[in-house]
Design a binder for this molecule. Structure first.
Ligand code: FUL
Length: 670
């Protein structure tokens, strides 16, 4: 009976909601059956998003606790939105600034054709489920007619001072069925009371109250961390606790993001999530007594202090080991469709391409994070056509990718830690989607995917965490039998969904190259996390894609990449090259330089060329670059490739001083 239930896991997607409770139970029962000897089965449905660690608890006990931390109802609803929109709009739209000064004349604000319904249609059509607007940015100019300041739309010529952007947007969201939230900058460069602790806190709470009570349901309140000087050169101490309390009182279903206890900033504005993304992280707690004393429903508010959230690993066992408390604190990836957060006409040709946006989608939603994509309306008050076209292109790629789940209708067999699917006939796929039922916690620590080639099971993809959603991209595979194997987990995993898809290749993604004629030996040690498939990975003829986790890239952490090709006999060589990937948000940088040396005997080498890196280290995207050296007609048998690791993350980088990675795939000679 349980088996039949899991078979119906494949009759899913469209009907999964009705089946969900049964499927989860069935999956659990199966795992219980299959691993009856395992002592760790303890599904926890209690909605506990916070747990303290007692002195002397063992690692095993801590891990078990971590597996039992679950999202609050608000967090769960929020995580399932997956894709949301940010609107940066305000006085900066008219001055061309990213950060205003606070003394801008409200007369500048005049978006003659403002149409929030156009914004929401564009956003809805692109697949986003919520809109968050900058009700007030650091310059203090309010997009609603706040009764606590004159520095607002009420003092502008737009609609003769009778307009209300926040109100119009909230109404448009209601009309089109989208959720609505706001960004309210605590830093206010205009407000005279700023810096006068109690006075400004009162002012800020008043504004917060206006926004929380005048615009219907609020689903997210976004506080950022920037805290500078006000108009009098004074700094302000924010009374976060009182802000949170007001939100809980007036909008009990809203999540509080970034400088708040419900939603965590992913740690970069590049659009790249973490390949290992735990929603359960150690909390930085000031005072455990205040945690215990605070209310049951939101135990964390009273003691919440956002810590440094930019590291590449926030929640693995290594991080849990010294924790005093664990918190369900899921990641939100905020990124702008343009270089700036606000609209600047000069950036009209720098709108991210559909492919880049699709990549961002895979790297955020597909890495257990909610994507918050910023689309800034222009001076006329409309979303610019270039942004609309990019969003349409992105949506097309996403829709084409996910139109058919190839596992639909397949039969399922569960054994031990693996789930095997047999399709009616062989199918080709290059994308996988896995979801854990986070309602019961996040548990998978390591998994991989295998396909049966008629003789053996071959691993074609894999990763560490799954969480709400993990998407994987890999070179096209054709197979009839596929296995999802959990290698390590904190407790028995509850897999809610698994699908395979055949999507368009994004950008130039995966290329085949001519294999090297001869053998290549490695002179440095690659990381066990990114083997590329083993020692022969850099010469297997298949290049890594823009997905650095595709299993094809070989990664070197803090180490150089050194390889020596042996062509067997002395030959004429005119070109040598090696391909590298950069994604600085994930601490992967281009090598500082690649040195090519030749030798007849494999002992004495002569340097023939050093190719220096020219890729911008601050580039926020994923870059693949071949370091190619034309070396005339050089007679040689051995060629040594020495790619020098840049060593440490630069000072501007969130990981400043930490080890950098080199990612290499394919080296070649001609
Ligand atoms: C930051 C702000 O300083 C930026 O201007 C932008 O609003 C971004 C989303 O948050 O903290």
């Amino acid at each position: 009976m349980a088996m039949n239930m899991v078979n119906s896991l494949r009759l899913k997607s469209r009907t999964i909601n009705n089946w969900l409770p049964f499927l989860i139970m069935a999956t659990l029962l199966l795992f219980i059956n299959q691993s009856i000897h395992s002592q760790r089965i303890r599904p926890i449905y209690s909605g506990n998003n916070y747990v303290t660690i007692l002195p002397g608890e063992t690692m095993e006990q801590i891990v078990e606790k971590a597996a039992g931390v679950t999202p609050s109802a608000n967090q769960l609803a929020w995580q399932r939105l997956e894709f949301t929109a940010f609107i940066h709009f305000g006085i900066n739209t008219f001055t061309g600034n990213e950060w205003g000064k606070g003394n801008e004349d409200p007369a500048l604000f005049n978006p003659a054709q403002l149409d929030t319904r156009q914004w929401v249609r564009v956003i809805r059509d692109a697949g986003m489920k919520m809109v968050i607007i900058t009700a007030k940015h650091h310059d203090g100019f309010c997009l609603w007619p706040s009764q606590y300041t004159n520095h607002s739309v009420a003092s502008s010529p737009w609609k003769k001072g009778k307009g209300d952007v926040v109100g119009e947007l909230a109404a448009a969201c209601r009309e089109y069925g989208l959720k609505f939230g706001f960004y309210l900058s605590p830093w206010d460069k205009h407000e005279p009371s700023y810096g006068d602790a109690e006075k400004y806190n009162e002012f800020f709470r008043n504004q917060l109250r206006e926004l929380l009570s005048g615009f219907g349901e609020i689903s997210e309140v976004w506080f950022d961390g920037a805290c500078g000087e006000g108009p009098n050169g004074k700094k302000q101490t924010y009374d976060w606790k009182s802000y949170y309390a007001l939100i809980r009182e007036l909008q009990p279903s809203a999540v509080i993001a970034v400088m708040g206890p419900d939603v965590r900033w992913v740690g970069t504005e590049s659009g790249n999530g973490r390949p290992t993304e735990w929603s359960v992280v150690p909390d930085v707690v000031q005072n455990l007594d205040s945690v215990r004393a605070s209310s049951q429903q939101f135990p964390v508010d009273g003691a919440f202090v956002p810590g440094d959230l930019t590291g590449s690993d926030l929640g693995s066992r290594d991080k849990l080991k010294n924790a005093r408390a664990l918190l369900w604190y899921p990641a939100e990836t905020d990124v702008s469709i343009r270089p700036g957060w606000f609209y600047h006409a000069a950036e009209n040709n720098r709108v991210k391409s559909p492919e880049r946006l699709a990549e961002i989608y895979f790297h955020s939603v597909g890495m257990n994070s909610v994507l918050l994509l910023n689309i800034p309306p222009d001076k006329s008050g409309l979303i610019h056509d270039n942004d609309i076209q990019s969003l349409k292109g992105m949506k097309k790629i996403i829709d084409q990718t996910f139109s058919t789940d190839l596992l639909e209708g397949s039969s399922v067999k569960v054994s031990g830690k693996s789930i095997e699917y047999t399709l009616a006939k062989p199918a080709s796929f290059n994308v996988a989607v896995i979801r854990e039922d986070i309602k019961v916690g996040q548990r998978i620590e390591q998994f991989h995917l295998e396909a049966w080639d008629g003789k053996a099971w071959n691993t074609f993809s894999g990763g560490t965490t799954v969480g709400n959603k993990r998407m994987l991209r890999f070179p096209m595979i054709t197979a009839q039998r596929i296995r999802l194997v959990t290698d390590a987990s904190r407790s028995d995993p509850v897999i809610m969904d698994f699908g395979l898809f055949n999507g368009p290749e994004i950008a130039e993604a995966i290329r085949k190259v001519r294999k090297i004629d001869g053998s290549v030996s490695l002179g440095s040690v690659y990381s066990p996390k990114y083997t590329g498939g083993g020692p022969g990975a850099v010469t297997d003829g298949i290049r890594g894609s823009y997905e650095f986790t595709d299993g094809k890239w070989q990664g070197y952490e803090g180490a150089d990449f050194i390889a020596t090709a042996d062509l067997g006999t002395i030959r004429d060589v005119s070109v040598v090259w090696a391909g590298f990937l950069q994604q600085q948000g994930s601490w992967i940088f281009m090598p500082a330089s690649v040195e090519y040396a030749v030798s007849d005997d494999g002992k004495v080498f002569r340097t023939v060329r050093i190719v220096k890196n020219t890729v911008d280290e601050k580039d926020e995207g994923t870059v693949i670059r071949d370091f190619t050296a034309k070396i005339g007609k050089t007679k040689t048998r051995f060629i040594r490739i020495f790619a020098r690791n840049r060593g440490h993350c630069p000072s501007w980088h969130p990981g400043a001083g930490e080890k950098t990675w080199i990612f290499v795939d394919e080296v070649g000679v001609k």
